[in-house]
Design a protein around this ligand. Structure first.
Ligand SMILES: CC(C)(COP(=O)(O)OP(=O)(O)OC[C@H]1O[C@@H](n2cnc3c(N)ncnc32)[C@H](O)[C@@H]1OP(=O)(O)O)[C@@H](O)C(=O)NCCC(=O)NCCS
Length: 325
């Protein structure tokens, strides 16, 4: 059975930056509160009416170039998102057209902030069973389109962005060493957006911010720390490694305090932890591939590095992975 490795990566974020000072003008909050509770200083927010598939296409084109792969070689496109351009068709199909991946099969997966590792898990399995040679996994989110901009509990946390990897058959020591995915629908109401087929939107809903993110922050925090710890432990065990074998850990960039709690549990020195939440906020599924690509492009993560990744999101969903670059 062939295993796979990352051949190239890319990321893209909207140009517009929303700072904590900007948010102070919008809701009853302060720069100091946001930094203390989340570590976030700014986030990139898409212009209204702009398209998430454009952002995803930008990230994929970079990844393809770095992987020396042309779009017509792609066998499969998996897009992880909960904020696609449209209800249907899948954003993966819109992206397919934008990048010209003529022979690819394309579909979306919905696993919220855990979506990127869910995508890797699926891609790895399908590359083994279907002998695909080139698979693109893209995680892209525009949560700004569903944030309640009058709710200070949530509107300070999220940002928009896209991250992508191109996967091919593993060579040498490089590869996706392990992936693990989990869900628990019993806690679906801790973090959700109720808009959907169960409730056809009325004009009042728009005025009442019905179709927006609802979150029980404290409970989400508690589950996040426990499940991200469990997911990374499981991924390490599947890879036959221990935390000391990791050169870097990339946790989901939800919140600095969650990241610090994970670092403490794995006794990670600061230099081993990849963190960019202060500049991007929580970009949901896109957070890990954005952090991964940044760290590869700025030379922090080099060829041969062993990287642990762990994430958590609405669902509840959680997932972990260990990769060798
Ligand atoms: C959201 C979060 C930062 C809130 O921090 P917290 O310490 O739990 O704060 P609480 O929700 O208990 O609220 C404490 C107070 O701060 C207030 N508050 C909430 N948001 C605020 C903001 N942006 N600015 C100022 N005050 C705020 C609350 O209203 C509350 O005030 P009260 O005591 O008068 O009622 C924290 O719970 C968290 O990070 N949760 C995880 C969220 C997450 O990562 N979600 C995505 C997962 S993928």
């Amino acid at each position: 059975m062939q295993t796979c490795q990352i051949l190239g990566s890319g990321h893209a974020v909207p140009h517009r930056i929303l700072t904590n000072a900007d948010l102070e003008q919008m809701v009853d909050t302060s720069d100091a509160w946001i930094i203390e509770r989340s570590g976030i200083r700014q986030r990139h927010i898409a212009e209204p009416g702009s398209s998430l598939s454009d952002l995803a296409a930008d990230a994929v084109k970079q990844a393809l170039e770095r992987a020396a792969t042309s779009a017509d070689e792609i066998d499969l496109i998996i897009v992880a998102t909960v904020s696609a351009d449209m209800k249907f068709p899948a954003m993966a199909c819109l992206l397919q057209e934008k990048i010209g991946a003529t022979k690819a099969a394309a579909f979306d997966i919905s696993a919220a902030c855990a979506g990127f590792i869910y995508g890797l898990h699926l891609a790895k399995s399908l590359m083994q069973t279907c002998a695909y040679q080139r698979v693109v996994v893209v995680a892209a989110e525009m949560l700004s389109s569903m944030v309640n901009w009058t709710d200070r509990n949530t509107c300070v946390l999220f940002g928009d962005g896209a991250g992508a990897v191109v996967l091919g058959p593993a060579e040498g020591n490089s590869g996706i060493l392990s992936t693990t995915i989990h869900s628990d629908g019993n806690h679906s109401k801790l973090l959700y957006n109720p808009a959907g087929s169960q409730h056809v939107l009325t004009p009042e809903d728009l005025n009442n911010n019905f179709a927006t993110i609802n979150m029980q922050g404290r409970e989400v925090f508690r589950h996040a720390v426990a499940s991200m710890t469990a997911a990374l432990n499981e991924a390490l065990e599947l890879a036959g490694l221990s935390a000391e074998d990791l050169d870097f850990i990339i946790p989901h960039q939800a919140n600095n305090r969650i990241i610090e709690a994970i670092a403490k549990r794995f006794k990670v020195p600061p230099g081993k932890l990849i963190v960019n939440v202060e500049r991007f906020g929580n970009t949901s599924a896109a957070s890990i591939p954005i952090a991964l690509n940044e760290a590869i492009q700025n030379g922090t993560i080099k060829k041969g590095a062993t990287v642990g990744m762990t994430t958590f999101g609405a669902g509840l969903t959680w997932a972990g992975a260990v990769i060798k670059i």
